[in-house]
Design a protein around this ligand. Structure first.
Ligand code: ATP
Length: 228
């Protein structure tokens, strides 16, 4: 069985603003397998969010090869991508992407429902994440860190196969991150999830199977300054 979740070869992507053209990714390659966690680090503006959005179908590559779950980009319609985002790919954006008109527990139930599941363990998830008391609150009644954990609960509730996370601990204090990071990896191992995690958190990056650095439009294995 081919257990590659993502295979990208020579991806290019630029943005055009009027006459200005910003080339962000130029020749990026990546493979991510089931059960594997890969951290992506890189300077601000290097294209990390752009990469995540190419991998969840919200942006299109200009050229290059991209396969997700063994299906080529060119075979996937908008509808296919929407289905993948509902059922197999969870994206954790920095702002939490919760639905503002639903309480936290309803956000979880909604997210699970979109994936055709029932969120039986919604309250347990919130409890594990240390935010059981937020179940009946609306997203704008939460702190940044609580919102981030509620978004993580929503992502877990859909039982994805691929998790794309943009700074999943960015709004958490050290102690809370210490509590949440192991849960993230337990869920990953239990479900054989593949995860691509953009992070500046060294503890989170070090727990991943590989650390890649995005610089000048391509990904390369990160070399610790101490070992170079
Ligand atoms: N919609 C857009 N139109 C034009 N330029 C864009 C657009 N989105 C991003 N960019 C530019 O593309 C480059 C990469 O942006 P991106 O958000 O992917 O970087 P990043 O590595 O995620 O940054 P950060 O770490 O600061 O979040 C930046 O120079 C940014 O200004």
């Amino acid at each position: 069985m081919n257990d590659a979740l993502i295979q990208a070869q020579n991806l290019h992507r630029c943005y055009r603003n009027g006459r200005e053209q910003i080339s962000v990714l130029h020749g990026l390659s990546l493979e991510l397998r089931r059960g594997e966690a890969v951290a992506v680090i890189g300077p601000s503006g290097s294209g990390k969010s752009t990469l995540l959005n190419l991998l969840n179908g919200l942006l299109q590559p200009d050229s290059g090869e991209l396969c997700v779950f063994g299906r080529a980009y060119s075979e996937l319609s908008e509808r296919d991508w929407a289905e993948l985002r509902r059922t197999r790919i969870a994206t954790l954006f920095q702002d939490g992407n919760l639905i503002p008109t639903l309480t936290v527990s309803r956000n979880i139930a909604f997210r699970a429902g979109l994936a055709g599941l029932q969120a039986h363990d919604g309250e347990a998830l919130l409890d594990q994440l240390g935010i059981a008391d937020t179940a009946h609150r609306y997203p704008d009644q939460l702190s940044g860190g609580q919102r981030q954990r509620a978004a993580l609960a929503c992502a877990f509730a859909m039982q994805p196969e691929l998790m794309l996370a943009d700074e999943p601990t960015g709004s958490l204090d050290y102690a809370t991150a210490e509590r949440v990071v192991p849960l993230f990896f337990d869920a990953m191992r239990e479900r054989q999830l593949g995860a691509l995690i953009v992070t500046h958190n060294p503890e989170l990056a070090q727990r991943c199977d590989r650390i890649l650095e995005l610089r000048e439009g391509v990904l390369s294995p990160w070399v610790s300054p101490a070992s170079s």
